[in-house]
Design a protein around this ligand. Structure first.
Ligand code: NAG
Ligand code: NAG
Length: 306
């Protein structure tokens, strides 16, 4: 006799003697058909649980990646800045070769350019601090993921095994466990979302700190580079303490004349060359007590005496 017919007979018999519950049980568990269905039913939930765990994992990973991508940006910016410092440094070599005056100006100001090694160290410190904090990102969510995984693979599986082995009505028993597992999952999801929010908040704060840390270094370096270039430029235009008299000749004998001394009523002024070995003199008028050439009424005048 084909198996299907036996099952129908048993089901019919059971219905007569034991009532609806037993029919359900038999219909859900009889070999060759419905036992497989119950297994499928459980399996479909297992798949859902696994998908849930994967989702947790993906979200934690995404948070880490977000953090790492931002640190990569800092790393890229570091290389760009080091390039810029190198280019600035290299740009000074041809200037030095032009003439003695330029060479003096360049060597005087060259060390005002931020050093590559120092800059690299400073930005690396920003990155190290951030990476150190990265270790803690996602700790709580990861603990919740572990707890959920533990629940699915231990509590749930044990209950299901005992449902299948011991319960008179395994389907009802299994359904009860699935209901419990769903409830556990929903409560766990709420906690997980909350912890993810906290972690994201924490991560963002540290990303911001790392970007700010590197920004400050960039800003200072850019300022130093610009200032150095300006100083060298000013120096080469003899607005510094040197005067280019003619190609190849410089005068470093700069005398500041207070405005009050520029008195046309006086018949004589002191001889600034008297008793010195200087052979040239550059006079610059300066306002009283002030040491700033920028504000001078009269620009430096070259007065080679030889
Ligand atoms: C950025 O860093 C500088 C220097 O460390 C600090 O003074 C400043 O408060 C920081 N700004 C922000 C927005 O964190
Ligand atoms: C897989 C399967 O056949 N499930 C059935 C088990 O019995 C219940 C009745 O309690 C049905 O609702 C299910 O469809």
């Amino acid at each position: 006799m084909p198996l299907g017919i036996i099952i129908i007979l048993i089901a019919a018999l059971a219905k007569l003697t034991l009532g609806v519950d037993v029919v359900t049980q038999i219909a859900n568990t009889t070999a060759g058909g419905t036992n497989v269905h119950l297994e499928d039913y459980i399996e479909s939930y297992r798949r859902q649980f696994t998908a849930n765990l994967d989702d947790y994992n993906n979200r934690i990973d995404a948070l880490h990646k977000l953090f790492e991508r931002n640190l990569e940006t800092v790393e890229i910016q570091k290389h760009l800045l080091l390039d810029r410092i190198r280019q600035t440094d290299e740009g000074l070599f041809p200037l030095e070769l032009l003439n003695v005056q330029n060479k003096k100006c360049v060597s005087k100001h060259r060390n005002e350019i931020p050093s590559s090694a120092g800059t690299q160290d400073d930005i690396s410190k920003c990155l190290e601090t951030a990476k150190y904090q990265l270790r803690d990102i996602g700790t709580e969510p990861r603990q919740l993921l572990k707890a959920l995984n533990n629940y699915y693979s231990n509590n749930f599986e044990k209950s299901i095994s005992s449902c299948l082995a011991e319960a008179n009505t395994p389907f009802t028993c299994v359904e009860g466990e699935i209901l419990k597992a769903n409830e556990f999952t929903i409560n766990h999801n709420l906690k997980f979302n909350e912890e993810m929010d906290n972690s994201e908040h924490y991560a963002r704060a540290h990303i911001k700190a790392a970007l700010n840390c590197s920004f400050v270094i960039h800003f200072q370096a850019a300022m130093s580079i610009a200032e150095t270039k300006l100083n060298i430029d000013l120096c080469m235009k003899s607005e510094d303490n040197y005067c280019m008299c003619k190609e190849g000749y410089t005068c470093n004998n700069l005398q500041r004349v207070p405005l009050s001394d520029l008195n046309s009523e006086n018949i004589a002024i002191a001889n600034p060359l008297y008793g010195t070995s200087n052979t040239c003199l550059m006079l610059t008028a300066s306002s009283e007590g002030e040491d700033n050439l920028e504000d001078d009424a009269i620009r430096p005048q070259a007065a080679p005496i030889d």
